[in-house]
Write a protein that binds this ligand. Sequence first.
Ligand SMILES: [Zn+2]
Length: 206
Amino acid sequence: MEYEDMLDRAYSALPEILKEESRFQIPVLEAVVQGRITVVSNFGDVSKGINRSTDILGKYFLGVMGTAGEYDASRLTLKGQFRLAQLQDKFEAFIESYVICPECKRPDTNIIHEKRMTFLKCEACGARHSVGTIKQKSAPMTEKPDLSIGDEITVQITRTGKKGDGMARHGKYLVFVNNSREGQTVKTKITGINKNMAFGDIVQTL
Ligand SMILES: [Zn+2]
């Protein structure tokens, strides 16, 4: 009788348990802007909170924010100034696509890779859905890194300067390339920099 009581209890408790499991708490990011970078200080904790590696979440953020950055087991650093709400929105979009099972809406899922495809596999209901593969830095960088003398960059010459040099735009820089012509795409080696102007020689015409 005691045993049956226990069974009854177990069954009556079951829906509660399911409810409990589905009440998934979305972690809240903590982010601070420090000069020209934004640091997510609880990156490691939120990754654990959604049972995903910092690697996959880091790749996702760099791609989706379209910026350069780096991450380790605890922090995510993004180049640029981002509002917390922006980051949290993207984070929740990640959870929607890469954590929550589309069938049963539970978060007990794993990311698996098979035949160059990525799947979200649900441990609760067994459903399997293909999801987009997260590519690192798939989005173009919004801000070009600072140039240094000796750098080799590829630019498209879009104008001709007064002295006949080709001119190209590279991030914040206006680059003057010796002996280049409008319409050319050239690899140029930077020989001089003056504020937002850079000067270079052609290494290769592409
Ligand atoms: Zn499921």
